[in-house]
Write a protein that binds this ligand. Structure first.
Ligand code: WT7
Length: 635
């Protein structure tokens, strides 16, 4: 029996039981046999959720890039590590072998050093999905710099907030990006952001769209000439197991985005192990995850997990709809993709276009289909299963979070029988718990509650950058001695989990995690706006869309409402990005509030969802009379 690669259900249960009964022995064995260490650990695990403090493989030394690249050179030097598929189908795909990746990462790492970047420094990466993105991530890891990738769809002000929060001294970007038929001026966005970022002293610029851009003397450098001059030898910095590997921002219900900190050894072991099993990756397979490396899915399952396993990982620059909705299937056929991992929102958008595009392409290479990011509805699940997988490729509905680093609940394909809309069983080593509102664990099956995790796993985030108290308050305070996920879930009669969605004020729109607070802050900046509240409501393709209730100041009441709507969405686009734009904006005379002044979103949510037959308890409202008016004027 190999604990590293699970092939039967019986084996899953055996390995699972072992991972729960003897977690330290279990993870020690996995770590020992499948990774390259400069020094082994003194202690596998120490933890205390009340602080909270979690350490895995303490005392060990390693560099994750030696695991992702160097150790494959002897056996897989000429194998494609990254297969880059450009936005434009007429441009040629690029196969970057493990040897070439090694050279390019080393060169890039030397450029970082020559610009004064040192171990522990933070580097912000704001790039489109081009090879330089994966390479710069690995180059940071090579020298022990902490990367903070910001999704290149965020606005300049969102970028500035993230750069400043973690004190980045460098930004890596490009002259621009291609997205379908559009080009985006990324460098211009960086320039705007940097007006508010005093700590950044160097900007590296990759050439992608060959546009005329301004380069600020002394600060901005074209990347290519620096790479040309750099040596391709760069010794890997030796890192401690618990040294931070990266920061990745995610939205919270309140306040500014949270910089989740992931550390080195545990993250590596868990992402590699989950990748191998959840996708049943075999040596000759071509694996494609359609996410952007700006999100955790891309970090763990385009870069680190696949490369640690010596896999071929496709990196796609474009969008599913360009030049038409057949693009994904064309890529599957062209590169003979074996594992395909995408989001429910993409599946719904593709399903809406019908099956004509699918029928034009040979999809017989596909073996495993994955989904992630939000609950997948039954219709989308069946469409995916019937038309993409032809009922032969199991669907792995993988539940996890930026904070968890790796996949937590998921079927193992060909091992776990799937069930539509169910993420099914906890992955090896994961101990979920469902909790009731009184803080008690709900045992048994056929129950639902708030989803927590009772025991540490190797890839959990260790803190929020610069704010450990917030880490504790957000994740370890709702339920004693447990990590609280913010999601609700139910457990069926055989112990399968179905994630029912967020139970807090985070709304998932097109698979993007959006906090209500930053959006409301953006709206409230409008001079005519007094107050606002955002809720989610169901949307065919996006899963959820945003509904904003806005009250105006007296000065705003005479304004044209359609213009106001446009201005509000413009503000949101500037402050956060177009992904956070509102689908509906209702102007109201007031917002329902509790006596303590808290907006009662529950009621607003029901109105937005047109579910007003029972509004629930409204007795604690300070201003119950306002509700009828909001209902009468609902959009
Ligand atoms: C939230 C985390 C993890 C990568 C992408 C999102 C929701 C994620 C599923 C799923 C139902 C899911 C949860 C979770 N979510 N995967 N398979 N089924 N819901 O990472 O941006 O940190 O969002 O996404 O609500 O808490 P993220």
């Amino acid at each position: 029996m190999s604990n590293y690669h699970i092939k039967h259900l019986e084996e899953y249960y055996q390995v699972y039981r072992k991972s729960i009964r003897e977690p330290e022995n279990f993870w020690e064995e996995i770590a020992e046999e499948h990774f390259m260490w400069r020094k082994k650990w003194d202690k596998v695990l120490s933890w205390d959720f009340s602080k909270p403090e979690v350490k895995w493989f303490e005392g060990a030394q390693l560099n994750i890039t030696e695991n992702c690249i160097d150790r494959h050179l002897a056996t897989r030097g000429d194998k494609t590590a990254i297969l880059f598929e450009p936005n434009n189908p007429d441009e040629e795909a690029e196969h970057i072998t493990y040897s070439q990746l090694h050279q390019r990462v080393c060169k890039f790492a030397n450029v970082l050093k020559s610009q004064g970047v040192k171990k522990g420094d933070r580097v912000c990466i704001y790039l489109p999905m081009i090879p330089e993105l994966a390479i710069s991530v690995l180059a940071c890891a090579r020298i022990g710099a902490i990367h903070s990738v910001v999704f290149a769809g965020f606005s300049s002000s969102a970028l500035a907030t993230r750069i400043n929060d973690s004190d980045c001294k460098m930004v890596i970007t490009s002259d621009g990006s291609y997205r379908g038929s559009k080009t985006i001026d990324l460098k211009g966005i960086v320039d705007d952001a940097l007006e508010d970022c005093q700590g950044v002293n160097s900007v590296l610029v990759a050439k992608r769209i060959h546009s005329e851009i301004e380069m600020k003397a002394g600060r901005d450098h074209w990347l290519q000439p620096l790479l040309d001059d750099a040596s391709d030898v760069c010794k890997a910095e030796i890192m401690n197991a618990e040294d931070p590997l990266f920061i990745l921002y995610t939205s919270g219900s309140t306040g500014k985005p949270k910089g989740m900190v992931h550390t080195t050894a545990g993250y590596m072991v868990y992402t590699a192990y989950t990748f191998k099993n959840v996708f049943q990756y075999r040596e000759k397979d071509v694996y494609w995850c359609t996410a952007d490396i700006g999100w955790i899915t891309g970090h763990s399952y385009i870069v680190y997990g696949p490369l640690c396993n010596g896999a071929t990982s496709v990196m796609f620059e474009g969008v599913p709809s360009y030049p038409d909705f057949g693009r994904f299937w064309e890529i599957v056929e062209k590169h003979k993709v074996n594992q395909f991992y995408t989001a429910p929102t993409a599946i719904r958008a593709l399903a809406k276009e019908g099956v004509d595009h699918l029928e034009k392409h040979d999809l017989t290479s596909l073996k495993v289909l994955g989904t992630v990011g939000e609950p997948i509805n039954e219709e989308a699940w069946h469409w995916y299963d019937d038309n993409v997988g032809k009922k032969k490729s199991p669907i792995v509905d993988t539940w996890w979070q930026t904070e968890t680093g790796g996949i937590m609940i998921s079927p193992i394909p060909f091992v776990t029988p799937t069930k539509p809309t169910y993420a099914t069983l906890p992955f090896i080593g994961i101990q979920p718990a469902l909790m009731d509102e009184n803080g008690q664990e709900i045992k048994g099956n056929q129950v639902d509650g708030r989803l927590c995790v009772k025991f540490p796993w190797p890839s959990m985030a260790r803190t929020i950058w610069g704010n450990h108290q917030r880490y504790k308050d957000t994740y370890f305070s709702a339920f004693e001695n447990k990590y609280f996920t913010g999601d609700g879930a139910l457990r069926d009669e055989v112990g399968y989990y179905r994630i029912t969605g967020r139970v807090d004020d985070v709304i998932i729109v097109s698979g993007h995690n959006l906090g209500t607070a930053p959006i409301e802050d953006a709206i409230n900046e409008h001079p005519a706006v007094a107050e606002s509240a955002i809720v989610g409501f169901p949307h065919d393709i996006k899963g959820n869309a945003l509904y904003g209730y806005v009250t105006l100041k007296e000065t705003g009441e005479s304004r044209d409402q359609n213009n106001l709507r446009k201005e509000i969405n413009q503000l949101i686009t500037e402050q956060i990005g177009p992904i956070a734009k509102l689908d509906k904006i209702q102007f109201t005379a007031g917002l329902p509030k509790t006596r303590s002044g808290k907006i009662m979103r529950r009621i607003l949510r029901k109105i937005a969802c047109k579910d007003t037959s029972n509004l629930g308890d409204t007795s604690t409202l300070l201003n119950p009379e306002i509700v009828q008016g909001i209902m009468d004027e609902a959009l």
